[in-house]
Design a protein around this ligand. Sequence first.
Ligand SMILES: [Zn+2]
Length: 313
Amino acid sequence: VSLFFGVDIGGTNVKTAVVSDTGDILYKHSFETLAERGMEDLCRRLKETLVQGLDTIGRSYDEVAGVGVGLPGFLDIENGVIIDLVNLGWSNIPFIPIAEDVLGLKVVMENDANVAALGESWTGAGRGAKSVVCVTVGTGVGGGIVINQRLYRGVNGLAGEIGHLVVDRDGYPCNCGRRGCLETLASATAIIRRARELQQAGELDSSCSITGAEDVFHLAALGHDKAIQVIHEAADWLGYGLALVANTINPDVIVVGGGVSKAGESFLQPVASSFRKYALPLVAETAALRLAQLGNDAGVIGAARLISQRVLA
Ligand SMILES: [Zn+2]
């Protein structure tokens, strides 16, 4: 029986878990990223965490088959090099050789949206499914595609970049430099922007200050028509984007995660009805639309899955 160390590195926090070969978290610990201390320092703290975790659960270091790491940005997987992690201020770092040297274990890496998708497809909402499309709706819209329980990453890991499907050619500018990407219309950012526009136009109660998408969901739950409309517009765009992806992939499960998905059925239902409106009927019929189940654990579980497939396959 092997253990896997799943690591999810974010700009603020690093989440880690010791995961069994069935995807159960046996030990979990997070710590501050402190990216300014550099990558080697982070790897040393990862090792300390792993040693402490194994000690806590009474297991030994040589039972660990390897380490999977999710990272937020552009990676050269083939050469094990971090090309650019904007949130951490790291670029052109030979991550894999250094991490393997410090940890003394096989290490693999992948971008964070992809590992989260792999996690949900392993033990979360996509458990047991053949093909899973995961979409993460938060500040932006991210995604990942898992086919036959393996991550489909494309030539350079950009498969599943659902958020940058251009769905409105003359639309709002996007962080990627294009206009009208799905994430400019279906993200938390889009929901907040639209609600504020309506407040300024005097069409939506401006006594409530809108700092997050949850404020708009709150107003909608109170019955404010315009807030409901804002959410339905964002949901309609998301369902449209998912229909484009579903017609291409023909998945059996589509998982909706991220901050906005915390609104639950009040977001999923309008997304589902929009999805059915735009997808081919047979595609829509066979694709189950589900809320993500693993929350913040998706990354560490997916990272563990990534390394388990590498060392056990
Ligand atoms: Zn874009």
